[in-house]
Design a protein around this ligand. Sequence first.
Ligand code: NAP
Ligand code: MG
Length: 397
Amino acid sequence: MITVKHPIVEMNGDEMTRIIWDMVKEKLILPHLDVQLESYDLHVKARDATDDQITVDAAEAILRHGVGVKCATITPNAARVKEYDLKQQWKSPNATIRAILDGTVFRKPVMVSNVKPMVRSWVKPITIARHAYGDIYKNVEIQVPGPGTAEMVFTPADGSPSISETIHTFDGPGVLMGVHNLERSIRSFAQACIAYALDEGLDIWFAAKDTISKTYHARFRDIFAEEVEARQADLDAAGVSYFYTLIDDVAARIMRHEGGILWACTNYDGDVMSDMIASGFGSLGLMTSVLVSPNGVYEYEAAHGTVQRHYYRHLKGEATSTNSTATILAWTGAIRKRGELDGTPEVVDFGDRLERAVIETIESGTMTGDLARIAEPKPDGSASTQEFIEAIAERVS
Ligand code: NAP
Ligand code: MG
């Protein structure tokens, strides 16, 4: 048994990933670590029963303890409200936690030797940093019914004259959208990217569309450049370079690049590109995610959702083959970070050992269906959800 000095905040979730969560804890973590888990159950019914207070409590616990690990959770829509008889469409737990931790999300694919990326040039992981505030995710929209004028007006709080621009004079129906961002948030995004790149020794690429958006996107470019300049000495010392270009230029370059970089993305680009990168590297089940807060706290999770379709099969008593890799690596990320912050190398080592066991299990030919379909050489059959975790458990003991 290895003793972990300080608590890890653990957040359970929904559906198939909840099934996986309990197996991972029971078979891979608790037999090896004497760890104090501060547990929050973010099951959709538990959120509903507490009017979502449990999510806020969990986020505050992460702030207190510094390290959290989270299971995927349902973000309720109308269908989920009916399915679970919920009081309302509660906000996405991830959005709530992000708002409290004020963080940047980094997504990194796990590479295994027998699953080749779809893009031949990719030999190292491409990590995506997604700015997680504002833009279309906090937009205001109007469906324009007919002719008229759309204006954008800013009214200063200090009583100085307002600033206005005509957006468009409509001669018929159309649509309108207003978006915003905050200098504070963009700055903390840039700082988080720089800190992560220094930690991991990765060059940073950042892209926007400043040729078209000469004020909004240009502001992102300038703020990022200022933050890089402020850390230039550290970046030079670590041999980490910074490259700014247009988003379409990155889209073209990334397809011929070998990887091993941190690609910093604005909110929408990060949403879309992280899905492209995840599927390009093989499977959603191989993509890990960490929220790094400027307060120096870390929250780890798998990038995928609750794998609903598999859960319904599980409920019918059918065998499932759901990939737990990203969930296990969320745990190993949290364990390693806990060990780093506590100064306990034996805890870091266990995180490494468990991660190696996962990768070696896949590389030895034991894998779930999502990978078995694309692996080279083709394995004979695929492991069930449980068999895969048991094979890892055997290897790690
Ligand atoms: P999803 O759970 O990521 O699953 C989409 C599909 O991807 C699955 O049906 C499955 O394909 C494949 N897949 C994803 N993870 C896999 C894994 N570990 N192993 C094998 N296959 C995997 O996304 P979704 O179906 O759009 O969302 C389901 C629920 O998750 C929603 O309620 C959503 O709100 C929530 N969600 C939560 C988070 C989060 O908490 N971070 C993120 C995204 C979505 P096949 O069915 O073809 O095998
Ligand atoms: Mg997306």
